[in-house]
Ligand binder design. Structure first.
Ligand SMILES: *[C@@H]1O[C@H](CO)[C@@H](O)[C@H](O)[C@H]1NC(C)=O
Ligand SMILES: [Zn+2]
Length: 317
């Protein structure tokens, strides 16, 4: 389990830091030429504006971005005709743009994750549970909003990969991991004498999250540090829910199987990113497959929340 996470960690490092494409002589020459000829002369700029589509305009593809995109494909064509393997550019595989969207598959699957959290999360919680009646109702609602927020930023990031959208995507992802872990700590100590300690730990996690987001945004976008925090809290989260599920399953609460299965599946899906490959048809890569797989997790996860809330209600009265 931990090994998976560490492999995941190192694979992401490779994806982010090593980008042989942007050092390719053809790419560099093409980019220099394009920036100087197309983007620095009024004739070239007018040519660029004439060719730009409406969606490319609203998603802010600048002349320089357009140069990178064109030169990337020229380099890829050259590599393929020479029988060389295709490499990454600026930490990303080449993707075919669609309606100005940089990574259409990951964008579509992010939207479906958002919808899944809305339909199987928000709607289902609202329909089956009630505020003020079911224990921990507010906590699960807040968690659901945090999840939907994370998928909104993921959608934005995969639509247009910019330094700021990237940071918000990372902050969204980490907010989801932190909050699920905090939920575990609160759930485990609910109605025990440790609840005060659990609230204290949650407060600490919240402060740490705020500091982390502040650090990424205003001090330094440190990929390695961010991934380390992701892995540590992610592993603690999985261990927490899994141990709790196993103990409760053994003592007869059969419904917790959905909890265990969904956290284990999330971890296995995360390991998918290990199998990094050039995008199929320049559309589907490992990262988009990971986003595809997680679409189905809310079905299991929120069903577990409903069962658990019903259990707590019966247990209290
Ligand atoms: C740059 O100019 C060339 C020649 O006119 C054109 O083929 C190319 O598409 C232009 N690139 C951009 C990004 O405008
Ligand atoms: Zn993503």
């Amino acid at each position: 389990m931990i090994i998976w996470y560490f492999l995941f960690y190192f694979s992401l490092n490779i994806i982010i830091f090593a980008s042989p494409g942007d050092n390719h002589y053809l790419y560099r020459a093409c980019l220099n030429h394009c920036k100087q000829i197309n983007c620095s002369t009024s004739l070239g700029l007018r040519d660029f504006q004439d060719k730009q589509t409406f969606f490319e305009y609203i998603f802010q593809w600048s002349c320089q971005d357009e140069c990178s995109y064109e030169c990337m494909w020229k380099t890829v064509d050259n590599m393929q005709s020479n029988g060389q393997p295709v490499v990454q550019f600026h930490g990303k595989w080449p993707f075919t743009r669609f309606l100005g969207i940089q990574e259409p598959a990951s964008t579509l699957f992010s939207i479906l994750n958002l919808l899944s959290n809305y339909i199987f999360g928000y709607k289902v919680l609202r329909h089956h549970l009630k505020y003020g009646v079911y224990p921990l109702y507010s906590m699960w609602m807040i968690f659901c909003f945090i999840a939907m927020n994370a998928w909104i930023w993921s959608t934005i990031f995969h639509t247009r990969d910019k330094p700021l959208t990237e940071i918000f995507d990372y902050i969204g992802a980490i907010s989801l991991i932190f909050s699920q872990f905090a939920c575990c700590i609160i759930r485990v100590s609910y109605r025990t004498k440790y609840i005060r300690l659990a609230k204290f730990v949650t407060l600490f996690l919240l402060m740490f999250f705020i500091y982390h987001a502040y650090y990424l945004l205003f001090i330094h976008m440190d990929y390695g540090y961010n991934m380390t925090i992701n892995v540590i809290v992610g592993v603690l989260n999985v261990i927490c829910w899994l141990l709790w599920s196993i103990i409760n399953f053994i003592s007869g609460k059969i419904y917790v199987w959905r909890c265990a299965v969904s956290v284990v599946l999330a971890m296995i899906f995360a390991a998918l990113e290990l199998v990094d490959f050039a995008p199929i048809a320049w559309i589907i890569d490992a990262h988009s497959l990971w986003h595809f797989c997680t679409i189905f997790l809310p079905i299991l996860w929120y069903r577990f929340i409903i069962d658990d809330s019903r259990y707590l209600l019966r247990y209290i009265y």
